[in-house]
Design a protein around this ligand. Structure first.
Ligand code: UDX
Length: 469
């Protein structure tokens, strides 16, 4: 296996995972960040993000296959391939803000001595590849001395390491054979399967005889594959949410409907979970960016406007359920289970859970929240106050509350001790924004159970003897 020297610029959710995974498959990696504190934390064995397997891989490779530095110039000079994995946040118009990408490209330009492949790892609009080439040329770098390639990531937070090492596909957008050859070499351990034969390989879906698929295409096609993939996944979620609202109006059950739809192999069961809708740093941003890209080309991608509208409306749908179940909200004490935008992550960016909690606080309710991983980040945006408190576990949050709200699909919230929960609550009311329970189970435990896209069962409260208030 020929080792490639790789520079990864940016040590966030994408860059850090890419850096340690490139080292895991046998390359020599220099991971660059301009945040000195973060670089020092990483050098001292710290793990700045909550990702399964990341601590183990950092321990295994930090200081060996991957080193951390703030010295971008030195890293670029030493490496054959330079991956740009800096943030591309959403700008006001919906367009991706590429100022961090451009700043990094300008720094790279000063350091290019021998041939380099500059690789877009960040999610960027189509033709960014062309822009990077233009900027490097303007800064005096001869065209023969570099190529710009696109290598979009398809990492889900919470399973990013597995998604990298056991990908559904690796997409490479390269304008020249020379650039394509470098990226083929980089991904050979996965696309040829040699990585999976190693005794220390991370187990997963791929194997030596079923290695990762590698798709080599043009840069523009690779850039669109990324945006279109995320937009389609977001579309699937908004579609099932729109169907769930219809299902509820005719007392159907969205979970059965989703199961019935998903049995069609052309549709598949995944990403058909109705609920509070999507959040995170990707779907909202990528749907807006893809819409903007189309608009720039004179096309009106109206479908994406509807995807976003339906998603935003789901928070309102849930809020109205809380109000219908509790009548007045002012002064009510609500247990909020979940703060992260999804399970298995500490990330609260664009979190539907936080959006709902803010609405409830504005309506005068008191919220006591619990999340297995995201509480510290949440306190940064919703500091503890007389109205907003944080509990050590779901049961402390539920103590003497008027209702429990399930806002994030953490596994532990689907396995609560229901009799204990019932005893702790002032009223046995559960409003489930992620459909973690079966209505029948909740009725048997004496709960009023309200969920998404399914009939509510208010009569359960009358069915069981209640403790004296
Ligand atoms: C997503 C894409 O899955 C990934 O391929 C891409 O690289 C980055 O964006 P991520 O945002 O980390 O990954 O999480 P994902 O698991 O896709 O969930 C996104 C959001 O959709 C979460 O808020 C989740 O709660 C929600 N969701 C997901 C649903 O509401 N219903 C579903 O069926 C699935």
């Amino acid at each position: 296996m020929n080792e490639v020297s790789i520079c990864v610029i940016g040590s966030g959710y994408v860059g850090l995972v890419a850096a340690v995974c490139f080292a895991e498959i046998g390359h020599r990696v220099i991971c660059v960040d301009n945040d000195e504190a973060k670089v020092n934390l990483l050098r001292n064995g710290g793990v700045p993000i909550y990702e399964r397997h990341l601590p183990e891989l950092l321990k295994k490779h930090s200081g060996k296959g991957v080193e951390f530095t703030t010295d971008l110039g030195g890293a670029v000079r030493e490496c054959e391939a330079v991956f740009i994995a800096v943030g591309t946040p959403q700008g006001d118009s919906g367009a991706a803000d590429l100022s961090f990408v451009e700043a990094v490209v300008s720094e790279i330009a000063r350091e290019i001595s021998g041939y380099k492949v500059i690789v877009e790892k960040s999610t960027v609009p189509v033709y960014t590849n062309e822009w990077i080439r233009r900027v490097l040329n303007r800064l005096g770098v001869p065209t023969a001395r570099f190529d710009v390639a696109s290598n979009p990531e398809f990492l889900r937070e919470g399973s990013a390491v597995e998604d990298f090492l056991h990908p559904d596909r690796i997409v490479v957008g390269a304008g020249t054979d020379r650039a394509a050859e470098v990226l083929r070499r980089i991904y050979a351990p996965l696309s040829e399967g040699t990585y999976y034969s190693r005794p220390d390989a991370l187990p997963g879906m791929c194997s030596a005889d079923k290695p990762a698929k590698l798709l080599v295409t043009s840069a523009q096609s690779a850039e669109i594959i990324k945006h279109a993939s995320n937009a389609f996944l977001a579309l699937k979620i908004s579609f099932i949410n729109a169907v769930s609202n219809l299902a509820e109006s005719v007392e159907a059950d969205i979970e059965d409907i989703a199961a019935g739809i998903g049995m069609d192999r052309r549709i598949g069961p995944r990403f058909l979970h109705a609920g509070l809708g999507y959040g995170g740093s990707c779907f909202p941003k990528d749907v807006a960016a893809f819409h903007w890209v189309a608009h720039q080309q004179g096309l009106n991608f109206q479908l994406l406007e509807e995807v976003r509208r339906i998603n935003d409306a789901q928070r309102e749908v849930f809020f109205n359920k809380v109000r219908s179940a509790l009548w007045t909200l002012r002064g009510k004490k609500l247990a909020a289970l979940g703060l992260a935008f999804k399970c298995d992550t500490d990330d609260i960016r664009e979190s539907p859970a936080l959006a709902v909690i803010r609405q409830l606080l504005d309506a005068g309710a008191q919220v006591q929240a619990y999340d297995p991983a995201a509480m510290e980040r949440a306190k940064g945006v919703l500091p503890p106050s007389d109205k907003m408190s944080y509990a050590a576990n779901p049961y402390e949050a539920a103590e003497n509350a008027d209702a429990v709200l399930i806002l994030t699909e953490w596994g532990e919230f689907a396995r609560l001790d229901l009799p204990r929960l019932n005893r702790l609550l002032k009223f046995p009311i559960v409003i489930d924004g992620r459909n973690l329970y079966r209505p029948q189970t909740m009725a048997e435990h004496g709960f009023t159970y309200v969920s998404m896209g399914r009939p509510a069962n208010y009569e359960a409260q009358l069915g069981k003897p209640r403790k004296t208030l």
